[in-house]
Ligand binder design. Structure first.
Ligand SMILES: [Zn+2]
Ligand SMILES: [Zn+2]
Length: 79
C-alpha cells in the first residue's frame, strides 16, 4: 500500500502578502508617507503618483491610510 503520498499545497496565502501596496494590493511597497514623526508604509510607485496627483491646491498630500497631512514621501529601501 503506497497511498499515503498526498501532496498538499503550501498555505502561503495567509501570510506573505504584507509587502504589497496598501492601495492597489498589487505593486511592491516602495514608498512611505511621513507625518508627524511617523511613517505609514507603503505604496507602489504608481500609487505614489496617484496620491501626489490628488494633492490639494496647496500641494498638501494626505496619507492614503489615515488621511493625515503628509510632511513628505520617502523611499523605502529594503536590505
Ligand atoms: Zn499601488
Ligand atoms: Zn498615515
Amino acid at each position: 500500500m503506497q497511498r499515503q503520498q498526498q501532496q498538499q499545497a503550501e498555505g502561503e496565502d495567509d501570510e506573505g502578502e504584507e509587502v504589497v501596496c496598501l492601495v492597489c494590493h498589487d505593486g511592491p511597497r516602495q514608498w512611505g508617507f511621513l507625518h508627524g514623526g511617523s511613517v505609514h508604509v507603503g505604496v507602489c510607485g504608481g500609487c505614489r503618483e496617484l496620491v501626489r496627483a490628488r494633492a490639494g491646491a496647496g500641494g498638501a498630500v494626505s496619507c492614503p491610510v489615515c488621511r493625515e497631512p503628509v510632511d513628505g514621501i520617502i523611499k523605502l529601501i529594503q536590505a
